[in-house]
Design a protein around this ligand. Structure first.
Ligand code: COA
Length: 180
């Protein structure tokens, strides 16, 4: 798995030593539920999630200024689009670091990697109706809104939520790149 570097961030492989950093931000009830998952109950839970991240090649987001892991980002299988050359973007950031443009910076690097190194044809991303911050990241990264899949997901607490669906095609990425 390739390490990606941006101005302020290193996107790199997770290690079990990151469990304290992960637990610190993932126990916060303002973080996971916005992405559909339960706040971490204890460090053991965080350690198990790290094992899954390593298996699924999810990047740890390390803040270069203090070498702390402050989030995660990955290109996952899109269960709404099977047997195509595409991936679904997913991401989470520690609340302490919101509003500084960090996720837009990380997501742009991952999108570039997806199209230029992995040769994907499409990258999709989804957010729940109440998640205006994620919506802004998605817009700033140049995704196109496709529509809303109603009652698409049942999350950990039993709520059934709509998915607002977005994607970028490789040709759109290339055209935007030419425009600069
Ligand atoms: C969504 C998330 C990753 C955004 O990360 P971030 O680094 O703060 O993102 P950015 O700073 O690049 O952009 C955030 C945007 O939301 C805006 N924003 C901040 N608070 C907001 C609010 N209460 N309502 C609406 N927009 C808000 C910011 O102003 C910014 O937009 P702008 O550039 O137009 O000013 C982060 O909030 C998070 O991890 N949330 C919890 C998990 C999650 O939702 N994951 C995504 C699941 S789809």
């Amino acid at each position: 798995m390739k390490t990606l570097e941006t101005e302020r961030l290193l996107l790199r492989l997770w290690s079990m030593q990151d469990a304290d950093d992960l637990y610190e931000y993932a126990k916060n009830p303002n973080v996971g539920p916005n992405a559909g998952w339960e706040p971490h109950k204890d460090k053991e839970f965080s350690r198990n999630i790290i094992k899954m991240f390593i298996e699924d090649e999810v990047w740890a987001i390390e803040y270069k200024e203090n070498n702390k892991v402050i989030g995660s980002i990955g290109l996952h299988e899109d269960r709404k689009r099977i047997r195509i050359n595409g991936k679904m973007l997913g991401y989470v950031l520690s609340e302490d670091y919101w509003g500084k443009g960090l996720m837009t910076e990380a997501a742009s690097a991952v999108i570039k990697h997806g199209f230029e190194e992995m040769n994907l044809n499409i990258i999709s991303v989804y957010h729940y109706p109440f998640n205006d911050k994620s919506k802004r990241v998605i817009e700033k990264c140049g995704f196109k809104y496709e529509g809303t899949l109603r009652e698409a997901t049942r999350i950990f607490d039993g709520r059934i939520l709509d998915d607002l669906c977005y994607s970028i095609l490789k040709e759109e990425y290339e055209a935007d790149k030419k425009l600069g």
